[in-house]
Ligand binder design. Structure first.
Ligand code: 5AD
Length: 333
């Protein structure tokens, strides 16, 4: 698939006529590399404060109606403890770009988790930072970093973000993270406002160049307290198609069936697994905060996405032939 021309890729992305073939091939490749294993990551959304103003995101600084919260270090450690007992061996600390969490605070939290859970992977997803900051977190014990590039076309990037943000800065962060030695995850939204098929092809090309360990994609979902309140959400079908294409192009990649996918369709995540995904990230955040971490509307927040219900999730996945495993789930290059 890497060898296809842009025109050929556009043709595949624009039609449903290859879907059955794509999903079949993606599932076969995933089984060859990762078997039927599904890795679980405990997601801890520890702050919804954000200094950025991305036009699509519900926790953007400009949304004065968002109810803000921060977890304390003790809160975070309790989430990890609960997660560990449930079988999680990766903790993902995700948050808005919140200046309250200085490098010192982040390192302190990471170090405490590292000390208590030497057998676990620690993933950070806290946005754009300096190379020195990334180095400090790595030294404190973080292993992985998630930072979606969102769109690999500069013009499109500037339609989704305020002028102070740039694709160039985002890319630089991603290359810095790789250089430091993190397992890096990037990704993009499917069906974000103004997105063209050419933009999606550019995303695939950029990922080929970056060669990340993880690729997170999910449908764009409208949030009414954003400048994009009247823009339609992305679709299930296109997201599944892009997942299958990613699996075929990047056999080694860890591909999550994301919460956004689970939020636009009741079986979104199961369908994601069938299209090549092999990771799910159930929510370990305290129940009362989950609704507040509303990057988009109607985010699922009480059912099978809850880490506490991992047993039910396991059963639902086993029914379609996949197996949730207790493991760090590192990349297999
Ligand atoms: N719909 C879907 N995904 C979104 N994200 C942010 N806002 C939305 C939205 N409205 C995604 C971005 C970000 C990730 C944490 O969530 O891709 O990187």
């Amino acid at each position: 698939m890497q060898n296809l021309t842009d025109r050929e890729l556009i043709e595949i992305i624009n039609t449903d006529k290859y879907d059955a073939e794509l999903f079949k091939k993606a599932d076969a490749i995933r089984r060859e590399r990762y078997g039927t294993d599904v890795y679980i990551r405990g997601l801890i959304e520890f702050t919804n404060y954000c200094k950025n103003n991305c036009y699509y995101c519900g926790i953007r600084a400009g949304n004065t109606n968002a109810v803000r919260y921060r977890l304390t270090k003790d809160d975070i450690l309790s989430c990890c403890e609960e997660g560990y007992n449930l079988g999680f061996r990766t903790f993902v600390l995700q948050g808005g770009e919140d200046p309250f969490f200085t490098d010192e605070k982040v390192c302190n939290i990471v170090y405490s988790i590292r000390e208590k859970y030497p057998d676990c992977a620690i993933t950070l997803s806290i946005g754009e930072k300096s190379k020195d900051s990334y180095k400090a977190y790595f030294k404190a014990g973080a292993n992985r970093y998630l930072l979606r590039h969102e769109t690999a076309t500069s013009e499109h990037y500037s339609l989704l973000h305020p002028p102070i943000m740039s694709l160039e800065a985002r890319k630089e962060c991603l290359y810095n993270l790789k250089e430091i030695g993190y397992q890096v995850g990037s990704g993009f939204m499917v069906g974000s406002p103004f997105q063209t098929t050419e933009n999606l092809v550019a995303d695939l090309r950029f990922l080929t160049e970056l060669s990340p360990d993880m690729v997170g994609i999910g449908p764009y979902i409208t949030h009414k307290e954003t400048p994009f309140f009247d823009k339609p959400s992305g679709t299930l079908q296109l997201t599944l198609r892009m997942l299958a294409i990613l699996r075929i192009m990047f056999p080694h990649a860890l591909l999550p069936a994301t919460t956004a996918l689970g939020s636009i369709h009741p079986e979104g995540r199961e369908l994601g697994l069938k299209a090549g995904a092999n990771v799910v990230m159930p929510n370990l955040s305290p129940m009362e905060n989950r609704k507040k971490y509303a990057i988009y509307e109607n985010k699922i927040a009480t059912g099978l996405e809850a880490a506490q219900n991992v047993k039910e999730l396991k059963e639902s996945f086993e029914a379609i032939g996949y197996k949730i495993v207790t493991a760090r789930g590192d990349v297999r290059r």
